[in-house]
Design a protein. Sequence first.
Length: 753
Amino acid sequence: MSLYAIRSAGRVAGLLATILASPLVAQSTGQIQGTVTDGAGAPVANAEVRIVSIARLVRTDASGSFVFEAVPPGAYVLDADQPRFGRVTERVRVEAGAAVQVTLRLDPVFHGEEILVTAGPEAVRRSELYQAADVLGGRELRSRIEPSLGETLRHQPGVNATYFGPGSSRPIIRGLGGDRVRVLEGGVGTGDASSTSPDHAVSLEPQSAERIEVVRGPATLLYGSSAIGGVVNVIDNRVPDEMPTQPVRGEVRGLLGSVSDERTGAFELNGGFGRIAWHLGGLLRETGDYSIPGFADADHEGGAAPGEERGVLENSAIETQRGAIGLSWIGDNGYLGASVSGLFSKYGVPGEAHGDEANGAEEEAVAIDLEQRRFDAEGTWRFSGRFLRGIKARLGVSDYEHVELEGDETGTIFRNDARELRVEAQHRIGGSIHGAFGAQLMSRDFEAIGEEAFVPPNDTRGVALFVFEEMDRGPARYQIGARWERQTSEDQSASVDRSFNGFSFSAGVNYGVSDAVTVSAHGARSVKLPSPEELFSNGPHLATRSFEVGDIDLDTEVGTSLDLTLRVAHGRVEGEVTGFVNRFDRFIYPSFTGAEIEGLPVLQYTQGDASFVGFEGRADIELYHAGTSHLAWELMADAVRGTLSDDDQPLPRIPPFRFSTGLRLDGAAWGVRANAMRTAAQNRVADFETATDGYTTLDVTANYRFFAGGTVHELILSGRNLGNSEARSHVSLLKDIAPMPGREIRLAYRLSF
């Protein structure tokens, strides 16, 4: 860590020590007693029941009973799961000195609400949220896994992807990308260079995720006020936070895909002894160039161009290896653990080729060889104080490097050393007010070496303080939050630095109109501090096919946003719809100037007022349900309109309107889903931007589970883009030379024990 980070961490530690040294008034704890049953009411043994917020885990006995002792007073979400019988979630309230009785009835097709841990200081169910959010986990995650995070999430409401080929694709939420969407791994930043350029991959592996949470909109003050688009948090078990209920458990996964001859294998193992819990995981992936319906070039006419092959996107192959090991000490009131992990990936960048055509030199295809080594440490300690309920801390240290290879030769090298520390104190005031306050320290040392080092070496340091408070008042729940942060970025080559301060705040309300209808509203004022790329860029950047120029005089960007959400869970209908408005003062964006430098068009970072207006919605309508059989009609739609307010001109790369419809048939051990998605044409384009045709894709997935002793076997057979449609993503810089993959058949296998 840098001296700056060490000193800042010392100040935070001193503040926390002062808090912890203050006298805590002891209070008695409560107890949760319960029974887990199947759909017919019979007791279920060996079901795992957890209190999500405090990572307590027990297993039911032969009579289906369980007990949690010494539970601090408060409201908690219980999650019960047994692979043979299903899953259920339930909220309970624990009072001091009292025992809560609860019966958890497992649902084989899981009609219950998903749980989110990213949207606030405590775990909540979807109906309790103040803003729009999604969870991708379990069977749905396994059926949608792609090599990149953006492609894995691109069917979620409001989420698109940058798509710089299959090896590099970052989420875009509500038309906003870059550092306006914060990508987290277990609650802290990934520490890569993916926000610097769209050809730089997000350095995490979706296959290793237990669940991925997407929080859309401005409720991001816990993680960074610039992320007004939203937060994507990939949650895995690298640092165990609970003691397993058996000595060893885990899963082995394999995947074969036809469109790129993909072969992927992965495993995750978890176990424990005494007070020690451990984790071990690994992954290998290899793909070839993927198939496309026709020619890669959108302007292709007539026969094949020299060197061009029909039906294949050249230079799109991927090789990936990942490994992780973690160890934790688990106590009665908390845990302390650490992990080390490594990710190594080599992927082609379609359409990028370097060479000196003037001297007759043959152009060489460009590939990126990425390496990241990461250390994570985290811990939680819970108190029986009347005010302070617990302390959580998380440290992520990343050593990242990728080399752009031009054929076999080394081109530009990018290095990024990143550190992030979050310390959060959870508290309660009286019986209805609870929340968290804390501090966040960030540092980043970035360096680019080579002909395409469009950003000079730079250092960035940041410190933030934040507070979140929630209050329950009958059917209404209220939330307020505030965040102050300071950031200093220095251009080392020119000894120039800029410092910025930002104050952001938000407020939300969640009102239960009835047991079936919930309305929520959330507003925020968020400040984005200019990034080093926006300040200091000055060089050729072939990923954007431009000469990028920053502006050292950029000011802070201020966004004002409002979300309104309606959620319904009544009888056969479950769904939600959200409308949003984001207005920006001094919106930072790159704009083509019409000039050229070194034969490349100049892309200048500038500022102007802008607005993003849109909606997203989804619905699940039950058509039939009897026993363990369930037939549902699924609907999803989203749209966003981005405009520069000064001249009422469109912003570039705004996602077009999308609509999907499908049927899902579930049983206790099997399921089938068919879904068609229509992506409309995008004809509302910015200067120097071309329109994009619409397209329709059809996906079908079937899965089957069977049990053998204590193991669960699952097979997933899926067909993607079965109509072999030519699909080009309007938000991709490569849309005219790199269409989306063609028809694919996939077979995945998972063994869990």
